[in-house]
Design a protein around this ligand. Structure first.
Ligand code: C5P
Length: 402
């Protein structure tokens, strides 16, 4: 959620300022660009050099820079426009009061007053200051401006007293931001289960039966669901694909169909939407050799037994879940896909035909039809897999919100 976001961090003069080094690290790790503006008094608590090194940007404090013998102007309006969101942490009683009253006596205040983006503030002060009616009045006024408070926590305070006023921990601030930014997204609060990739069925310790699925379609579906605010569990067979840092997806890597079955069943009960895009092996060797099979004269026969059909088994257990399967067909595509939709008790099925040039395994493009349980069919043109993932989610969201 924070990936690619421009975040302006305003630091004011309280002891909790030292924790902003960790906050900057977490925001950068989540994929955000961070610029820091601090007050003079904040610089007594945390070093400008530390923050500029961590944020990979100069840390601004004054309207005018006097570096290398030349003067330059820090443009507060530009900074305000650059930001997708602004966090003031720690926000002291003094700064909160200035924000509430529009007192513009430093660069940070000028940036705050120029910012058009959502503003969050994380107060930090001693408990009596936190409870003082004038501080409460600042909170109320700032919330009436549309700013969002990240409440202080209760615990030991720098004064030695115990009570409310500790700045929220950096991890809590990041979680708060993510939750707040995703609250209006269409998959917010929904648990999404996705399967991807092939499965490998062991023959002996070094050999397996597999298929050419790259896992791209399932990974793109998972990434898109996370962007739409979903809490995503991605169960993937062996692939080279990874999830970018900063994307919150619970990736469970498995090898065999049985392991995929177990992982899916573990998560299905409280899942809201399940999309099974994996190319699961239908059969597995009946006996897995303990030692590597030796070459012998003549042919080798391997007896295969059926793997469980994961999608079918989830269809049997389905209660409130919206269940989507994939069908990769070579003949009688539509009829076969409709048959699977009914037999596996699905809410929708995504059909891709191997006959369509550019569709299917190992390609970066796909061409699909989305068929729902009322047999309403929507056919799309040839698109990239991220675009296809987007189309599929649009169709699902239209139905779960209907
Ligand atoms: O019946 P068929 O294998 O064509 O169905 C494809 C759909 O069923 C896909 O969504 C695939 O992920 C799922 N499937 C499964 N477990 C299997 C075989 C297929 O979940 N053993």
């Amino acid at each position: 959620m924070l990936r690619g976001k421009n975040i302006l961090l305003g630091i004011t003069g309280g002891i909790a300022a030292y924790k902003t080094t960790f906050l900057v690290r977490l925001l950068i790790k989540a994929g955000a660009q961070v610029k820091v503006v601090m007050t003079q008094s904040a610089s007594s608590f945390v070093s400008r050099l530390t923050l500029s090194t961590l944020s990979k940007n100069p840390v601004l404090m004054d309207f005018v820079n006097q570096e290398d013998g030349s003067l330059s102007w820090n443009n507060h309006v530009e900074l305000g426009l650059w930001a997708d969101l602004m966090i003031i942490a720690p926000a002291t009683a003094n700064t909160l009061s200035k924000m509430a009253n529009g007192t513009c006596d430093n660069l940070l205040m000028a940036v705050y007053l120029s910012a058009k983006c959502p503003v969050y503030f994380a107060p930090a002060m001693d408990l009596d200051m936190y409870r003082h009616p004038s501080t409460k009045a600042s909170f109320d006024k700032l919330e009436s401006f549309g700013n969002t408070m990240i409440p202080a926590e209760t615990g030991e305070l720098a004064s030695g007293l115990h009570g409310e006023g500790r700045m929220a921990e950096p991890e809590t601030i990041v979680q708060f931001l993510i939750k707040d930014l995703t609250k209006d997204l269409p998959l917010s609060g929904k648990k999404i289960l996705i399967t991807a990739g092939p499965t490998h069925e062991a023959i002996d310790p070094v050999r397996f039966l597999g298929n050419r699925s790259s896992g791209t379609m399932g990974f793109e579906l998972a990434k898109r669901a996370a962007d739409l605010g979903g809490k995503v569990v991605l169960v993937s067979g062996p692939t080279n694909l990874t999830i970018d840092e900063g994307v919150t997806i619970d990736l469970i890597r498995i090898t065999s169909a049985q392991e995929m079955y177990d992982a899916c069943h573990k998560h299905f009960k409280d899942t809201d939407v399940a999309v099974l895009a994996a190319a699961v092996a239908d059969y597995r060797p009946k006996h897995v050799a303990v030692e590597k099979l030796k070459k012998k004269d003549g042919d080798l026969q391997i007896e295969l037994e059926r793997n469980p059909d994961i999608l079918f088994s989830l269809g049997e257990q389905k209660e409130h879940q919206f269940l989507v399967g994939f069908a990769l067909e070579t003949e009688n595509e539509l009829e076969n896909a409709k048959g699977k939709l009914k037999r596996k008790n699905l809410d929708a099925i995504v059909l891709n035909s191997l006959k369509d040039a550019g569709a299917g395994f190992g390609k970066n493009t796909n061409k699909i039809s989305f068929i729902d349980k009322n047999l309403e069919i929507k056919t799309f043109g040839l698109k990239t897999k991220p675009e296809v993932a987007s189309d599929i989610w649009e169709e699902i969201i239209a139905r779960i919100h209907a």
